[in-house]
Design a binder for this molecule. Sequence first.
Ligand SMILES: [Zn+2]
Length: 138
Amino acid sequence: MSEQRVPCVEGLFGEEDGVATLYGSRCAGCDTPYFPKSAACHNPECVESKMEDYAFGGEGKLWSYAVADFPPPPPHKFDKPFTPYAMGVVDLDCGLRLIGQMVDKAEDVVVGAKVELVIDTLYHEDDKTFTSWKFKQI
Ligand SMILES: [Zn+2]
């Protein structure tokens, strides 16, 4: 019996045929991307806030990262024993900059590396595999 894969937050991201997608929004007036979705544009130079749903994904470049080498406090969940990991800040080619856990071991992470958005295991609980978006060096 295989474990059920469940998003750690419903409606925030998805995975279809192995392709990872983040469900955000973009202002049609000024092209500013938002993730998670935003009800209004926050660009002070935008003349007309026209929000529409937008799916982000694909590849990008690792702008910077930090290593989490101690367990996060509750309510964060993780598989025990805790394994240190890198949190990356990535500029996706589609224009969105966001934070995500790196799949690669912390000692292997390189600033400037090309990365791709993936959906990967965050933790296991109640015979379920909870997933989140992450980045993987390519
Ligand atoms: Zn705007």
